[in-house]
Design a protein around this ligand. Sequence first.
Ligand SMILES: Nc1ncnc2c1ncn2[C@@H]1O[C@H](COP(=O)(O)OP(=O)(O)OP(=O)(O)O)[C@@H](O)[C@H]1O
Ligand SMILES: O=P(O)(O)O[C@H]1[C@H](OP(=O)(O)O)[C@@H](OP(=O)(O)O)[C@@H](O)[C@@H](O)[C@@H]1OP(=O)(O)O
Ligand SMILES: [Mg+2]
Ligand SMILES: [Mg+2]
Length: 359
Amino acid sequence: MAENTFGGVIGYALAPKKQNSFIRDSLVSLAKSRGIELVRVDSDKPLVDQGPFDCVLHKLYGDDWKRQLQEFKTRFPNALILDAPEAIERLHNRISMLQVVSELRIQDRTETFGIPKQIVIYDKATLMDPQAWESLKFPVIAKPLVADGSAKSHKMALVFTRDVLDKLKPPIVLQEFVNHGGVIFKVYVVGEHVRCVKRKSLPDVSEEKTMGVSENLMSFSQVSNLANHDAENDNDGYYQLMHLDDTEMPPNAFVVDIARGLRRALKLNLFNFDVIRDARYGNRYLIIDINYFPGYAKMPGYEAVLTQFFCDVMLKKEQEEQQGEGRVTVSIKDNEESFQVPFQIPSTFRKVVFCGLRY
Ligand SMILES: Nc1ncnc2c1ncn2[C@@H]1O[C@H](COP(=O)(O)OP(=O)(O)OP(=O)(O)O)[C@@H](O)[C@H]1O
Ligand SMILES: O=P(O)(O)O[C@H]1[C@H](OP(=O)(O)O)[C@@H](OP(=O)(O)O)[C@@H](O)[C@@H](O)[C@@H]1OP(=O)(O)O
Ligand SMILES: [Mg+2]
Ligand SMILES: [Mg+2]
């Protein structure tokens, strides 16, 4: 993509951990060299009192933050909020998060995609009702329904048998565990840019293993974020087991099609999604998780990707503002009724004088 010169000020509102990992000197200086200034938003002060910002980049939760963004948008209508809080909210619930996958249509591909079979359980009574989960095949993964960024929302359990379901705390999603060779694909989306990487995942579960497990419930959290095992230091054979190196990537064009479709449907620019390849078929892919503003710094060369995105956003904003300059709303009064009509002033006219027309 051609380099553009439209700079601007981007305010970032991030939790301290995210700020530390994302806002590196290397990103700040590269962005600066392209005219983009990255400025920290102080979460102890009202957002409207800070700035001016051309754009606000954010990953914070709660009603107060949402209200602050609304107030900011009202006060500074030209400022961009990246991304819209209503669009982000869809990812805070593990059911609505994946509903969007069924809306996607991708043509002319031999690969297929979908989501694992899953049900939502809101209370203990339903959890104990066999009818609720009779359509599910065990093992299943129990995931907290809410994905609100808390440590709790990442606490999962691999459940081998029905008799341990009473140990779970609703509201939860019960999702069928699908064997996938112990490797997950994480697809990072930054506007138009799409990058797929491999990460380790839970190992496959065999029928015998399901029968013979001593514990019928195995708890875990953020498996793909555990430190990568060094192949030379692999005393426990974990790295070998995961086959990270010899796992084939999904076709790039397929991944890009899904990413672009999700971006359009979700109306989000900054997210990643986790994909597994169903070991039973080889060309069937399942989307299991979508995260807003993930750990981009783990993506090699993230500084260049994010800087280009910031520049693209600023350019688009500038173009829209220029187009918008000729746009006015004309009030028309017809006897007692009045109408508001949008009107575009042709760019060749420098000055237009509206008089009280009567006809
Ligand atoms: N249906 C499934 N079948 C097989 N493995 C799964 C399934 N769902 C989740 N996993 C495994 O469990 C891990 C955690 O699940 P998931 O990605 O839904 O949780 P998360 O806490 O939201 O993750 P993240 O840290 O990416 O936000 C996945 O990375 C994958 O290894
Ligand atoms: O911790 P990191 O920055 O690396 O990023 C992780 C991010 O944590 P943070 O936003 O709390 O920092 C998580 O967000 P929440 O679900 O907790 O909101 C989730 O998006 C993970 O998927 C990200 O890891 P990745 O998917 O890139 O491996
Ligand atoms: Mg995940
Ligand atoms: Mg997640």
